[in-house]
Design a protein around this ligand. Structure first.
Ligand SMILES: Cc1cc2nc3c(=O)[nH]c(=O)nc-3n(C[C@H](O)[C@H](O)[C@H](O)COP(=O)(O)OP(=O)(O)OC[C@H]3O[C@@H](n4cnc5c(N)ncnc54)[C@H](O)[C@@H]3O)c2cc1C
Length: 466
């Protein structure tokens, strides 16, 4: 196995360039590739899709100046890892405070500041105060997420916030994120969300695709080779190396970093010991669907994001009017509205054509604007992803597979491992950097991992501590 060696003055030089494959050209994979190429490794990135970016990828109509994210995206002010990376790559980031709202009894109510909460007419002052205290406790008083992960958020919040406040404002948020699985999600997830969120939302000039493109270019400038439309079918250990089989052929590497979904990882790496594979297969997640509708005029009265509780009877769970956040001029003057949902990939909406779904979804737009006519619609795009949101249940930290797998040289880094933080591009960047550092350290030290060694000293998942 080739490796890097230290010199007398402690500086590392590449004696023989170790070869590393990165599977997945999403933000985590590209960040790892960028880091490792910067450290002198020979890096090959294999991306199954025709474009880079994974869940953060964008698309562009002919008359748009900026691409639009296939799934609605923004960052928070606390998302230091991705903001710093964007600055390092020269991608400008800007912050705004668009209006987020919750739909309640037939009407959207802005809900993005303590004042808005005080003005919400469907709860008593006492109920609002009690809710405010619980949120303040989670945000400012306790950071003990390990204690929180022993509780189910649905039960804990109902108990401490009170039934009515929880049902009106927070249950829709949980259900909007986890679909039918929301009653199993632990309180640490909810805590992380409260703890990290900022009312100001950040966006990149050129959208998230601009960040992805700059990252890929920077990795390539440092020598990384990036292959799109190249799906990895198998990873097998062979003669102290790992052989990666794709639809284009076979290559051998000193290390392989895989950033695919856990179920895919279990399938493409059959040599993984059973204990690790069953951990991968035990991780739960749901899929996401986003229909983007281009209109010739605005739909809502300045709302960016509206959470739609199930009981209000909408065929989707969130309406996001992107052009109430980013000006329509960037998109040829079109007004762009996402209709989003989180669903099990077995749900019929995952099989339906975009015409069938449009027939189901579009009539609901009249509930936001009674004048809405189908003739306003200038374009419709549909994006679906089967692995979009890990579902984190009680004691989730015990269920996370280590980043270094028991197979020597094989690493696994996915959204399911950034807990207690909710998945996001910020944590994809952090994950990519962590896995790159870990791989570098192992290769530099010539460390031969063995399952026994890893069992004896398992590494904690990334980002565990606030
Ligand atoms: C609806 C929605 C809204 C979101 N909103 C936000 C937001 O507002 N802000 C934010 O920061 N984040 C948001 N995210 C999350 C963010 O997009 C992800 O956390 C991040 O992009 C994950 O990056 P990743 O590289 O870990 O995984 P992915 O993006 O999933 O990348 C994995 C890559 O691996 C490729 N792949 C899979 N199998 C193979 C194979 N066999 N061979 C080769 N390649 C393969 C895939 O095509 C993909 O490109 C959102 C996600 C969704 C779904």
């Amino acid at each position: 196995m080739s490796m890097r060696q230290g010199t007398a003055d402690g500086m590392k030089t590449t004696v023989e360039r170790a070869r590393i494959a990165v599977i997945g050209g999403g933000v985590a994979g590209l960040t790892a590739a960028y880091e490792l190429a910067s450290r002198g490794y020979a890096v090959a990135v294999y991306e199954g899709d025709g474009i880079l970016g994974g869940l953060a990828a964008g698309f562009r109509a002919d008359n748009w100046e900026w691409p639009l994210d296939c799934f609605y995206h923004h960052v928070f002010q606390s998302d230091r890892d991705v903001i710093d990376l964007a600055r390092e790559l020269g991608v400008p980031v800007f912050f705004r405070r668009p209006i987020t709202a919750i739909y309640h009894q037939g009407k959207p109510y802005p809900f993005d500041s303590p004042l808005r909460l005080l003005l919400f007419p469907h709860l008593s002052l006492l109920e609002k105060l009690r809710m405010g205290l619980v949120i303040a406790y989670l945000r400012w008083v306790s950071r003990d997420w390990r204690r929180f992960e022993r509780h189910v958020a649905h039960e804990w919040l109902r108990r401490w916030m009170g039934e009515r406040a929880y049902q009106a404002l927070w249950e829709p948020l949980l259900a909007g994120k986890f679909g039918n699985d929301y009653q199993t999600v632990n309180l640490a997830w909810f805590w992380a969300r409260i703890y990290k969120r900022s009312p100001a939302l950040g966006y990149f000039e050129g959208g998230f695709q601009a960040l992805v493109d700059r990252l890929a270019e920077a990795a390539q400038r440092r020598g990384a080779h990036i292959w799109t439309s190249t799906r990895v079918e198998q990873i097998q250990p062979q003669d102290h190396q790992l052989t990666v089989t794709t639809n284009r052929g076979e290559e051998s590497f000193d290390a392989v970093i895989s950033t695919v979904a856990p179920q895919t990882m279990a399938r493409i790496a059959p040599a993984l010991p059973e204990a690790y594979r069953s951990k991968l297969l035990g991780l739960r997640s749901i899929g996401a669907l986003a229909m983007t509708v281009a209109l010739d005029r605005p739909l809502t009265d300045g709302l960016y994001w509206v959470n739609l509780p199930k009981k209000e009877g909408f065929p989707f769970l969130a309406l996001v009017e992107h052009t109430n956040y980013i000006e329509a001029e960037r998109y040829g003057g079109q007004h762009l509205v996402y209709l989003g949902d989180y669903l099990a990939p077995t749900h019929p909406h995952f099989q339906m054509s975009s015409e069938e779904l449009a027939d189901r979804f579009l009539p609901a737009l009249a509930r936001f604007n009674p004048d809405f006519q189908r003739s306003w619609v200038q374009g419709i795009w549909l994006h679906r992803a089967a692995y979009a949101q890990p579902v984190v249940s009680v004691d989730y930290s015990q269920q996370i597979p280590s980043l270094a797998t028991p197979l020597p040289g094989l690493y696994f880094a996915s959204m399911s491992q950034v807990y207690p933080w909710d998945r996001g591009t910020n944590y994809a960047v952090r994950l990519g950097r962590t896995i790159a550092r870990m791989t570098d350290e192992d290769l530099s030290a010539g460390r031969v991992q063995s399952e026994a060694a890893w069992r004896a000293a398992p590494r904690p998942p990334v980002g565990m501590e606030p």
